[in-house]
Design a protein around this ligand. Structure first.
Ligand code: RNT
Ligand code: ZN
Length: 421
């Protein structure tokens, strides 16, 4: 896009927003300070690099076979750098334990060490970005009959407890090395396809396992623990041990971060309405921004009403500093790097749109009981010129405005990813 034209359009847009008392410069300033944690698993269909030959399982399903997926940590880092170069702002990167990089023999999941993530840490340092982490409770033979931390067998539970523990230590090392606390997120698939007889027992076992995982105190400046619940998964339609209520209660009691994944509730239920309640009782939360289509399908995030409402809630409630925004989607039917860029740019765009809202005016109308005025203004501001502000922000952050980023992805595809066999 022609930069003079972008600037000219921006000046007019800024004036228009100014008439409503909205400061576009302040909005962009704020936007710059909000990191989005890009999830490593969009780059290789949640594959990881252990090469154990086990299928993904755990109700996670990746559709598509688009050529060129990253086959090694090195390729995944290259692809991530490409994506990051097309996304405005400074962000973070979220790794799964299954993306360990062994210099010698492969280590089991319960014996992983910070050393196995050394190259990732050095890379993040060079990029100037923070890392987040996730225990991997899937794609492993010890996910026995779909159970891990709540398994009836003590040996299986012990293995996965140890995995939980070593991952928190790795998270702390990431936090220490990078000078930014790492959020280590725990999600387990445990559940039954068919109606269980005992709903309580597995949950009692999960409490005990979590208590063991979290027994050691870790400096919150290095690592923060998050726990992610879910309504159901493919193969666990009737009962999920780690439900929303379970983790909400556990997080409150133990002051853990609660992870809200947009795809993990009933289809008409949104995470937007949960945030103000949860953050009245918990200091911080993690979001897994995702897009479910009819089920928890993990489609690439787009700027739809749900995403706009989520960003509005974070801004209106002044929740940005207490909310860690992570992405969670995977689509292998389109170019994987483009998927990252589209999803992350959509998230940032939604935040910009929210930051450009005349929220004080809207709040006044609401508090005066002028609900007619509130609805009228909410509709009116939908046609304000936020596009020129977005374009200007992209250029100012040194990334392409408009569709130009797709040329870069196409070039990289021709030169790099299409050559991968
Ligand atoms: C699964 C959870 C979980 C995973 C990733 C890969 O339903 O959403 O967050 O998607 O950890
Ligand atoms: Zn998730």
């Amino acid at each position: 896009m022609n930069s003079e034209r972008v600037q000219a359009a921006y000046r007019l847009a800024a004036e228009r927003y100014g008439e409503l008392g909205v400061d576009t410069e302040a909005a962009m300033q704020k936007l710059k300070s909000v990191p989005i944690s890009l999830h490593c698993w969009q780059g290789d269909d949640v594959g990881g690099f252990e090469n154990m030959g086990t299928e993904l399982g755990a109700g996670l399903a990746v559709t598509g076979n688009y050529p060129g997926k990253a086959r090694s940590p090195r390729e995944l880092r290259d692809d991530t750098e490409k994506a990051l170069s097309l996304i405005p702002g400074k962000h973070r990167f979220s790794l799964h334990a299954s993306y360990a990089e062994f210099s010698g023999k492969r280590r089991e999941r319960n014996e992983l060490q910070p050393e196995d993530f050394r190259t990732w840490i050095d890379w993040a340092k060079a990029q100037g970005i923070g890392l987040d982490f996730n225990q991997t409770y899937f794609a492993h033979p010890k996910v026995a009959d779909g159970f891990t931390l709540a398994h009836p067998d003590e040996g299986i539970r012990r293995f996965w407890i140890e995995h939980g523990i070593v991952c928190r230590k790795i998270g702390a090392e990431m936090g220490r090395e990078l000078g930014k606390a790492c959020i280590t997120n725990l999600w387990i698939p445990d559940g039954y396809k068919d109606t269980p007889v005992d709903r309580k027992g597995p949950r009692e076992r999960l409490i005990q396992s979590l208590d063991a995982v979290f027994a050691e105190k870790i400096d919150p400046r290095l690592n923060l623990d998050a726990i992610e619940g879910k309504l159901f998964g493919i193969g666990a339609e009737s009962y999920t041990v780690g439900s929303h209520e379970f983790y909400l209660a556990y997080a409150l009691k133990n002051q853990k971060l609660l992870t809200l994944d947009a795809g993990h509730y009933h289809p008409t239920e949104t995470i937007t309405d949960k945030i103000s309640s949860v953050l009245l009782f918990l200091p911080e939360i993690l979001l897994h921004v995702s897009r479910g289509v009819r089920w928890d399908s993990d489609h690439v995030v787009i700027l739809n009403d749900d995403l706009a409402a989520l960003a509005q809630e974070l801004v209106r409630g002044d929740f940005l500093t207490r909310t860690h925004i992570g992405l969670d989607f995977f689509d292998a039917t389109i170019n994987r790097i483009a998927a990252w860029v589209i999803g992350t740019r959509a998230m940032i765009k939604a935040l910009l749109l929210a930051l450009l809202e005349p929220t004080d005016q809207l709040r006044c109308l609401e508090n005066e009981g002028n609900l007619t005025g509130r609805l009228a203004l909410l509709e009116e501001i939908k046609s304000l010129p936020y596009g020129p502000v977005w374009d200007y922000y992209c250029l100012e952050q040194g990334v392409p405005a408009g569709m130009a980023w797709t040329d870069e992805v196409r070039r990289y595809e021709a030169e790099v990813t299409s050559k991968r066999k």
